[in-house]
Design a protein around this ligand. Structure first.
Ligand code: SAH
Length: 245
């Protein structure tokens, strides 16, 4: 009888140990997986180069920031996270396609110490790229759980990005003026508040167009003489909506 009790005790102890080791490893990435991720990130960088991205600072930042970690776990798939396409992040929203992130960043050429406002934080990936380039980043997201997710991933990675849950149509007047404004959702017209919050010498990149149609990426430059606008690529972004969720 005593032997049986001792046996059951040893059995319980061992299962406890196995469980502990299992829980300890869960979520941790093995060296093999790290190598695979690095390879996929390198593949993504090669694709960006093939598509004409040349700014070495943008390419370096995009090689360094771990894109898959910005995709919420429920939607994360290591095999596809580095593909050149947008990806579902929940709440009907997507993390932007790497090429678009690279293109918009290259066009805005953020300099270290410049103040940048992003509208549409989404996963936090674009904000991380800007922070990796040593810009001072403010980002607004209208869907609360996305704002919270992005904030926690950015904090976890040590990026000092200020994220606000709110409506980007109003901009962030308390921190204006901004050297750069990057809008990653599409309004039908350029919000006046965003033009007002641009610094003299500042620039903005924004997709503009009707809901569910092809939009035009517009580059706005503010000079002491006034506003200049330039039509750029045809793109497709999620609509810029109003009313915080
Ligand atoms: N930059 C993001 C991609 C965002 S997708 C990334 O790197 O992952 C566009 C985001 O804009 C969505 O999360 C959407 O909720 C948000 N959005 C839409 N309208 C908005 C508004 N008025 N103000 C702030 N964010 C808005």
């Amino acid at each position: 009888m005593k032997k049986t009790i001792r046996f059951v005790f040893v059995l319980l102890f061992c299962s406890g140990l196995i469980l502990l080791v299992g829980v300890g490893n869960c979520g941790r990435i093995t060296r093999e997986e790290t190598r695979k991720i690095e390879k996929r990130a390198e593949g993504m960088i090669q694709t960006l180069k093939n598509y004409g991205i040349t700014d070495s600072k943008v390419l370096e930042a995009m090689k360094k920031v771990r894109r898959h970690e910005f995709i919420p776990l429920a939607y994360r798939d290591l095999r596809t996270a580095y593909g050149d396409h947008p990806w579902n992040i929940g709440h009907g929203q997507t993390i932007s396609q790497p090429y678009i992130v690279a293109y918009m960043t290259e066009k805005m050429a953020p300099q270290p110490g410049e103040k940048i406002l992003e509208i549409g934080t989404g996963s936090g990936y674009q904000a991380a790229i800007l922070a990796e380039m040593n810009a001072i980043v403010y980002s607004i997201e209208i869907i609360k759980p996305l704002a919270e997710h992005a904030k926690s991933v950015l904090d976890e990675h040590g990026y000092n990005v200020k994220v606000k849950h709110g409506d980007g149509y109003k901009g962030w007047p308390e921190h204006a003026p901004f050297d750069v404004i990057i809008v990653t959702c599409a309004p039908e017209n350029i919000p006046q508040a965003l033009i007002d919050q641009l610094n003299i010498g500042g620039r903005m990149i924004i997709p503009v167009g009707a809901v569910h149609s092809v939009q035009s990426l517009i580059i706005v430059r503010k000079t002491s003489e006034g506003i200049r606008m330039e039509n750029d690529l045809a793109v497709r972004f999620v609509p810029m909506v109003t009313g915080e969720k």
